[in-house]
Design a protein around this ligand. Structure first.
Ligand SMILES: Nc1ncnc2c1ncn2[C@@H]1O[C@H](COP(=O)(O)OP(=O)(O)OP(=O)(O)O)[C@@H](O)[C@H]1O
Ligand SMILES: [Mg+2]
Length: 360
């Protein structure tokens, strides 16, 4: 069942087009991530769903009801902001219970809900403190608690973890995943962090300049990006792109001449490729191998420039006639800077992009 639906939604700020004619449906209980670079319109979209921003055109439906002109307080949504936006002069208890007190809920209900939420978020020991006496992660939990207490139909999160350090971010990410498992509420989560989107969401909406670039399950986007924008946004280290020309096509099999003289034969995704130049071969660092220099099966010659040992993986930056290729190998890989090597592309993991950026 669809819970949140946007139909033909547009948003202009004067001459700035923030969202262009966007359609989206989010199923009840789904965890949907809105992912994209800064300025692509993520917050604008979320704020329109929340009712904090009016739409320029189109309509918004929550739980089957057209809420386009319904004020935020009546939309059965709760929003968690990046800045937490806690009331500094109130205790944790007062912050969490604020919306219920404003709504003049009965005292015993306020107390029961506040205690339940505090227990769920492990804030019981902190209920009498003020926000200034909390760590960043604790403040973020209070901000989530304030949303939880309202028992909303839909949770909206706008980059809730971006002010936290890396370790805390991972912990809170797991807390949010647990919360979603427990509550089974619809959640829409804005982030520019592809790892957060990949790990939390069952559906990712990639936004590019106010337009949906691709919608899919995390692994669909990783394995089958429809365009270069999605291909380069998902995955870390990012996908390598090598300029290429089409030499020969046979059905969906394409032989490519790589810049600098290398060659590779790959299976394209969208049937026969048009015979034209100006293509790009895309391949992720984890799908590039290293061979001895001059090995018959290598696609390009190269020289290792930099080796990064991450413990669980080794990242190498290899200079080739086609530009720098990033290679990810096992943690104990023994390659050294200055070494001449061969580069091997896994032909089953290659993506071919046309000059307009669309996958072929
Ligand atoms: N009140 C406003 N007036 C004019 N332009 C605005 C306003 N709010 C946002 N914009 C513009 O709309 C576009 C989308 O902004 P938005 O805040 O939705 O981006 P975002 O994807 O959330 O970015 P970030 O990751 O940096 O938070 C941007 O170009 C921004 O400059
Ligand atoms: Mg934003």
């Amino acid at each position: 069942m669809v819970d949140v639906e946007l139909r033909g939604v547009k948003k202009n700020y004067g001459p700035v087009v923030a969202i262009q004619n966007l359609d989206l449906s989010v199923e009840k209980g789904a965890f949907c991530a809105l992912l994209g670079p800064s300025g692509c319109g993520k917050s604008t979209l979320l704020r329109m769903i929340a009712g904090l921003e009016a739409v320029t055109a189109g309509s918004i439906h929550i739980g089957g009801v057209d809420v386009t002109h319904v004020p935020p307080a009546k939309r059965r949504i709760a929003m968690v902001f990046q800045s937490y936006a806690l009331y500094p002069h109130m205790t944790v208890r007062q912050n969490i219970s604020f919306s219920l007190r404003v709504a003049k809920a009965p005292k015993d209900l306020i107390e029961r809900r506040t205690n339940e939420v505090a227990k769920m978020l492990q804030l019981e020991q902190l209920l009498d403190r003020k926000p200034a006496q909390l760590s960043g992660g604790q403040r973020q939990r209070v901000a989530i608690g304030r949303a939880l207490v309202r028992e909303p139909e839909v949770f909206l999160f706008d980059e809730p973890l971006s002010n936290l350090d890396a370790m805390l971010r991972v912990q809170m990410r797991i807390e949010i995943a647990k919360l979603h498992n427990d509550l089974k509420s619809t959640m829409i989560y804005v982030t520019h962090d592809q790892v957060e989107a990949m790990t939390l969401a069952d559906k990712i909406v990639v936004l590019d300049h106010g337009v949906i670039s691709q919608i899919g399950a995390p692994m669909d986007l990783y394995l089958s990006p429809e365009n270069k924008f999605v291909a380069s946004f998902i995955g870390s280290p990012t996908m390598n792109f090598v300029p290429a020309d089409l030499k020969q096509v046979d059905g969906s099999t394409a032989a490519l001449d790589l810049k600098g003289g290398g060659q590779v034969t790959v299976t394209t995704r969208k049937g026969p490729a048009k015979k034209n130049g100006g293509l790009e071969l895309g391949i992720r660092p984890e799908h590039v191998g290293i061979s001895a220099a001059g090995a018959a099966n290598s696609n390009l010659p190269g020289t290792i420039q930099i080796v990064e040992h991450l413990g669980n993986a080794t990242i190498m930056y290899v200079d080739t006639p086609a530009g720098t290729i990033v290679v990810q190998d096992d943690g104990d890989y023994k390659g050294k800077a200055g070494e001449n090597v061969g580069i091997i592309f896994d032909p089953t993991r290659c993506h071919v992009f046309a000059s307009n950026g669309m996958v072929m």
